[in-house]
Design a protein around this ligand. Structure first.
Ligand code: ADP
Ligand code: MG
Length: 729
């Protein structure tokens, strides 16, 4: 039931913080207590089983049924001891959020009773009735059922009374129906390609692991005020609302003190996150009022993404306990900053060093440059794909606005790396590469400082910035599944590293030395990838023109941005890295277009309803009041006096009437545009119609409503205003 504006505002302003009592133990003592992690496995599995499962995880080996049975038995014992009654396969379908179907641990005991049961078979595979998950036409035939399969690299965990088993979700014909499957495939592709290139410099490296450290931004609003805003409830963003006189102009929210209600929420969330083994570390206010951020310590890419998914659902749950609602939408409020999810990405070796750190020794420097340059090349060649990977109806509100990276992908390296690349490009091989007595290659000129964090020139406007020992992909939206962007990045870099090796080997086959071949190829790459390097202000209009001149992808329409997935060179890249097939890519695009359509469709419907049922009736009432006032003036004053006295009230009536008629007319037009778009069969064409012909009405209608908000009697206005939504007491 929706609640009236004044009621809601009053309730919200009287609310007290819900105090959270922290566990008595230290964090390190309860960290991961709801996770079937290695520590717990050691306790509940035999030595042999423990060894078999950890080896299988570390080396990516298939786990046989016998081991699975033993692991399942251990898991069940642990879970039952913790009062758990149900289990579920937890997966990430192509929607927002995760999916789960709970089954109880019970089976017939053959004597009319029940026993607690959980076999290896149930652990490893299930067939969720998944015909209603988006599949882009992959599951249209009846034999194309889907199944979920255990991902042992991400540990099982407990939520309430349920044991959750992270799984991939696949069609019986083998196509991925989720985000996790291709992410895992991309991690494998990158590990392998990076290891092969790493062997030019260090033959002792056996394994490369991609890392991800995300930074999650979000908004909080009071629950009652949220309930008085149907647009927030149904679309997670305000479709109308005039800017508050005060918002973020004074920059007083960023790193400011955190209100106590929020403080308690954060404390609660962190405790829950620790129990789930999510290593959260940083929390602070963000730029906009009511906006906050939370970041963990980085982890292996697939696990980090699971943790982000888990955290997002945890946030929603914990927020309710504190009478808040979390908004993960990229742009809940017009005129103030939106929310992103920066993805910090790097690669580590099993020898403990990071491939994006220049390292202590000179022989590390050339390896460092090789990985930086190849990453740049990948971002350059696949800049349109990377943009498509972060594109969504909701993120489009944020990108290109005056606060977030523009809808153009470029990379910022900082002055130090830029200088090194320039120098490398312009020097001779003798200056660039030296070979020492142990035949190791290192950078000929100077030493790259180990610490590259140059805070003075960290460029906040860059969508893909080098930040000392990692790249930070900043264009992601706060509601996104990081897997989508990470799998594109991992695959592109993997493919590029393979190309690098081929190019080097081709030169060596012609008789060139290893160092000469590496030198030549790197030099060529540095030249070729130059257009992607941009250290200036990404928010400026000049950059948009410059980027177009450089041939970077500047497409701003989301449905058209998705086309990048189906370019022949992109399909080839995904197929050759074994991450996604053409069929999977096509199906995924169908889903992307469909989601785009539905999001805009829902917003259009909600705005239509709000306009006709909430705003226009109130505006008409106010208009009548003004007319009544005019009639009274007429009764009271003579014609001469009336001339001046009625001038302003008349003008006001005209203004109000004009806005009313614009809104009603445009709502009608928007409905017509929707009807027309709905008749289109082809998903892509339909999405384009929604983008071009329906979407623009949202802002146009809003413009008039927001002006009405400024005129209509505050007492009559039905929906909480920005100033009421945005400042938690
Ligand atoms: P800032 O807001 O200044 O970018 P934060 O401390 O908020 O920095 O976030 C940094 C994020 O980057 C954290 O999630 C952190 O774990 C992650 N991170 C740090 N080093 C690496 C690395 N080598 N690889 C991947 N992520 C990293
Ligand atoms: Mg950051």
């Amino acid at each position: 039931m929706s609640i009236s504006r004044f009621n809601a505002v009053e309730k919200a302003s009287n609310r007290k913080a819900v105090e959270v009592i922290a566990p008595k133990q230290k964090v390190s003592e309860y960290y991961g207590e709801n996770v079937f992690n290695r520590k717990t496995m050691q306790k509940y599995l035999s030595k042999e089983t423990y060894k078999a499962i950890t080896q299988a995880i570390d080396n990516g080996i298939q786990i046989d049924r016998e081991i699975a049975n033993l692991v399942a038995a251990g898991m069940r014992m642990w879970a039952l001891e913790k009062g758990v009654t149900h289990y579920t396969h937890w997966f990430q379908p192509l929607t927002d959020g995760t999916a789960e179907k709970h089954d109880a641990f019970v089976e017939h005991d053959g004597q009319g009773g029940l026993i607690e049961e959980f076999s290896g078979k149930l652990l490893t595979q299930q067939e969720p009735d998944a015909s209603s998950f988006p599949n882009g036409g992959l599951r249209n035939t009846f034999e194309a059922r889907g199944y979920s399969a255990w991902d042992p690299s991400s540990p099982a965990f407990i939520v309430d009374d349920t044991l959750c088993i992270p799984t991939v979700f696949i069609a019986y014909t083998g196509e991925a129906l989720d985000y996790k499957t291709p992410l895992i495939r991309s991690v494998e592709a990158l590990s392998e390609a990076a290891r092969d290139v790493c062997h030019y410099f260090d033959e002792e490296v056996n394994k490369i692991t991609p890392f991800l450290g995300w930074e999650q931004e979000y908004f909080l609003v009071d629950e009652d005020i949220y309930s008085a805003r149907p647009d927030l409830m149904l679309t997670e963003r305000t479709l109308l609302g005039h800017e508050s006189a005060k918002n973020q102009q004074l920059d007083d929210h960023y790193f400011g003190s955190i209100p106590s209600r929020v403080q308690e929420f954060m404390k609660d969330l962190e405790i829950e996150a620790y129990k789930m083994g999510i290593p959260v570390k940083t929390r602070h206010n963000e730029v906009a009022p009511n906006q906050f951020e939370l970041a963990p310590i980085y982890e292996e890419c697939n696990l980090a993404n699971d943790h982000n998914q888990l955290l997002m659902s945890l946030m929603k749950k914990v927020a309710r306990r504190h009478n808040f609602r979390v908004l993960l939408h990229e742009k809940p409020f017009m005129g103030i900053n939106g929310s992103g999810k920066h993805c910090n990405w790097s690669m580590g070796t099993d020898k403990g060093y990071n491939l994006f750190s220049p390292g202590k020794n000179r022989e590390d420097n050339l390896r460092f440059i090789t990985f930086i340059v190849n990453s740049l090349m990948a971002v350059y060649k696949y800049n349109a794909l990377l943009k498509a990977s972060i594109a969504s109806a909701s993120n489009a509100h944020r990108l290109g606005a005056n606060e977030a990276p523009p809808a153009i992908i470029s990379s910022f390296l900082g002055t130090q790396i830029t200088e090194i690349l320039n120098r490398f490009e312009n020097c001779s091989i003798e200056d660039a590469i030296q070979v020492d007595e142990k035949k190791r290659l290192h950078l000929g000129f100077g030493q790259i400082p180990e610490l590259l964090l140059d805070n003075t020139d960290r460029n906040r406007t860059s969508p893909f910035a080098f930040t000392g020992n990692r790249f930070e992909f900043r264009a992601l939206g706060s509601s996104a599944n990081c897997g989508v962007a990470m799998l594109a990045l991992n695959s592109a870099v993997a493919y590029q590293l393979r190309q690098f090796k081929q190019d080097v080997e081709a030169l060596r086959a012609k008789g060139e030395s290893k160092e000469a071949a590496i030198f030549e190829v790197l030099k060529a790459y540095i030249k070729e990838s130059k257009p992607i390097r941009f250290d200036g202000n990404g928010y400026s209009d000049a950059w948009k023109e410059e980027a177009a001149r450089r041939g970077l992808d500047c497409e701003s329409s989301v449905p058209l941005q998705y086309d990048a997935y189906l370019k022949p060179e992109v399909i080839r890249m995904f197929e050759e890295t074994n991450v996604l097939t053409e069929k999977e890519l096509e199906a995924r695009n169908e889903v992307k277009w469909e989601i785009y359509i539905k999001k805009v469709q829902i917003e259009a419907r909600v705005l239509g309803d709000l306009s006709l049922n909430h705003i226009i009736p109130v505006a008409l009432r106010y208009q009548s009041l003004l007319l009544e006032n005019l009639a009274r003036l007429k009764e009271t004053f003579d014609a001469d006096e009336l001339k001046t006295l009625s001038e302003e009230p008349k003008r006001l009536v005209v203004k109000v009437a004009n806005h009313i008629s614009h809104v009603t007319r445009m709502v009608d037009e928007m409905v017509e545009a929707r009807k027309k778009a709905n008749r289109i069969q082809d998903m892509r064409e339909k999405a384009i119609a929604y983008h071009d012909d329906v979407f623009p009405y949202l802002d146009k209608i809003r413009y008039h409503i927001d002006h009405l908000e400024l005129m209509v009697d505050n007492q009559m206005w039905p929906l909480p205003k920005y100033r009421e939504l945005l400042f938690i007491r």
